[in-house]
Design a protein around this ligand. Structure first.
Ligand code: PLP
Length: 317
């Protein structure tokens, strides 16, 4: 994998192949890091990062929950991301900021180990495939439960917690499905291995309650806003496994996956993407491409470098 030329590492831009860490990095052994997944899209006004500040605010919250002091301000990380996208000449990309315990002291008490911050960007297409985005994916309810909040902090996007998602993802893939949906420790629907879940029945949408061990998805927040603007009611409540099978439509949301219809769950067919899913998907794609005025506030335009002379002004004076 060498998908871009440069990576931002602890305040400096380094070449992709030079972005290295020590094998005794604390996070490699104990999962002691927090991260984000963000996307930047091409729009008519240039590249824009989708809900950049919201993602960085969540990174900060995840960090605080695991006692990680970020050594850079969110504004510094935001500017660094813009700079990195420009240096890599990318029009659209996936963005992965990560803050982790680096090389220092081993052992489970982490607070003396320095925190490193890295930002990587690379082009990344539809996470669950173009075909899945258009015609829907096949999902399996995992035998693994989503971590409970008395063992971990499901609201945090923390590295070690993703072993839970990996178990579910591998199980579903080995069984021939595209994605896993996990139940929480009470047996309510929680979320996909990296996506939030929405269930449509009789023109209304339900999505798992925040107490069902979910990550507060930023795509999900956007979809709730879009649904409200379309006059569709969205209720956050406990959702049962049986409701998935009897739904008119089910879709998943996430930064990597975007908005993806589900066409089959545990061999119960739901069919081609339904009307509400398609309406929400359409508006979401318009929003990320800067085609709708009302959602422009979600876009953080990368712009040209500060102090740089715009191309059209070069040679004029
Ligand atoms: C476990 C989990 N749930 C939900 C989501 C969706 O969140 P977002 O829409 O903010 O990407 C993600 C992806 O970040 C995730 O990893």
């Amino acid at each position: 994998m060498n998908e871009a030329d440069f990576i931002w590492m602890n305040g400096e831009i380094v070449r992709w192949e030079d972005a290295r860490i020590h094998v005794l990095t604390h996070a490699l052994h104990y999962g002691s890091g927090v991260f984000e997944g963000i996307r930047a899209y091409e729009t008519e006004r240039g590249t824009a990062v989708f809900r950049h500040q919201d993602h960085l605010a969540r990174l900060q919250r995840s960090a605080e929950l695991y006692y990680v002091d970020l050594p850079f301000t969110l504004e510094k990380m935001r500017e660094a991301t813009h700079e990195l996208i420009r240096r890599n000449n990318l029009r659209s990309c996936y963005i992965r900021p990560i803050a982790f315990r680096g090389y220092g002291e081993m052992g489970l008490f982490p607070l003396n180990t320095p925190v490193e911050v890295v930002i990587a960007v690379w082009p990344w297409g539809a996470y669950l495939g173009e075909e899945g985005q258009r015609h829907g994916i096949r999902a399996k309810v995992a035998s693994w439960r989503r971590m409970s909040s008395d063992s971990f902090i499901p609201e945090a996007k923390a590295c070690g917690q993703y072993l839970n998602s990996i178990l579910a993802k591998v199980e579903s893939a080995k069984a021939g499905y595209d994605e896993a949906i996990l139940l929480d420790h009470h047996g309510h629907v929680s979320e996909g291995s990296g996506e939030n879940v929405f269930v449509v029945r009789d023109g209304k949408i339900a999505t798992p309650h925040p107490t069902s061990s979910i990550l507060d998805g930023i795509t999900a927040r956007s979809v709730k806003q879009i649904a409200a603007d379309l006059g569709i009611e969205v209720v956050e409540r406990h959702v049962s496994r049986g409701e998935l099978y009897q739904a008119d439509e089910v879709f998943l949301t996430g930064t990597a996956a975007e908005v993806v219809p589900v066409r089959e769950i545990d061999d119960h067919p739901l069919g081609e993407p339904g009307e509400l899913t398609q309406a929400i998907q359409k508006r979401f794609f318009e929003a990320i491409q800067g085609k709708r005025e009302e959602y422009l506030e979600w876009l953080d335009f990368v712009g040209v470098e500060e102090g740089a002379v715009p191309q059209e002004q070069v040679g004029t004076a």
